[in-house]
Ligand binder design. Structure first.
Ligand code: GRF
Length: 209
């Protein structure tokens, strides 16, 4: 059975595009991208969905009376599109815990640093790369992890690193990391939908990597 994917994004959607391209090129097999969920009405990711004939839906926590109503709406939306797996790629909302538990080990997130460095509350978008630059670290990168009830706390599945040199600025670090995000996320999604993620104790790995 082809697995149905929902991507949640609120920005440019370059990672969303990377997944669309991954399906087209065969980097991702056995999956189809069915739905884009966005918290922004104007983000470019919506245009990408339109260009690729993928359904999109605006879902913002503030439009619901409380977290339960937000959670119920998301659950019904996923059921309507028969979604098997969810990819978070810059969705600027915290998902309700009840909803997350319904998709245990079926939601992954991409974070633009090497977790556990530069992650958690407040570390999103440019804030991450700004903190990396100010710390003077010589390596940064991207992490794909399972999503649990916390912020950036689920099991790490895979990471890819970039070097930071004297020539780098916050902008060039952000660009370098984005390039590897576009390689890492399709690879991990392919492993997930094809049951190639294994657990050793409490730690997740891509099998044979
Ligand atoms: C990426 O840096 C991702 O790591 C983070 O949000 C950003 C989304 O960028 N979670 P894009 O919309 O995919 O271009």
């Amino acid at each position: 059975m082809i697995k149905k994917i929902a991507v949640f994004a609120s920005g440019s959607g370059s990672n969303f595009q990377g997944l669309i391209d991954g399906v087209t090129s065969g980097v991702i097999t056995g999956a189809t991208i069915k739905l884009l969920v966005s918290s922004s009405r104007t983000a470019y990711c919506l245009k990408r969905a339109q260009n690729n004939d993928i359904a999109s839906q605006i879902v913002r926590a503030k439009d619901f009376a409380d977290t339960d109503a937000f959670s119920d709406y998301l659950s019904a939306l996923m059921a309507r599109y028969q979604i098997d797996y969810i990819v978070l790629a810059g969705y600027l909302e915290i998902l309700p815990a009840v909803f997350v538990s319904q998709f245990d080990k079926r939601i992954i997130n991409i974070h633009p640093s090497l977790i556990p460095a530069f992650c958690g509350s407040g570390f999103y978008g440019r804030h991450v790369h700004d903190a990396v630059y100010r710390a003077g670290v010589k390596l940064s990168g991207a992490t794909v992890h399972f999503v649990d009830g916390g912020v950036d706390t689920g099991e790490i599945i895979a990471q890819q690193a970039v070097r930071i040199t004297a020539e780098d600025t916050v902008d060039t670090i952000a660009k370098k990391v984005l390039v590897i995000e576009h390689q890492l996320l399709p690879r991990v999604l392919n492993a997930l939908v094809n049951d190639q993620i294994i657990f050793k104790g409490e730690h997740a790995f891509i099998n044979h990597e």
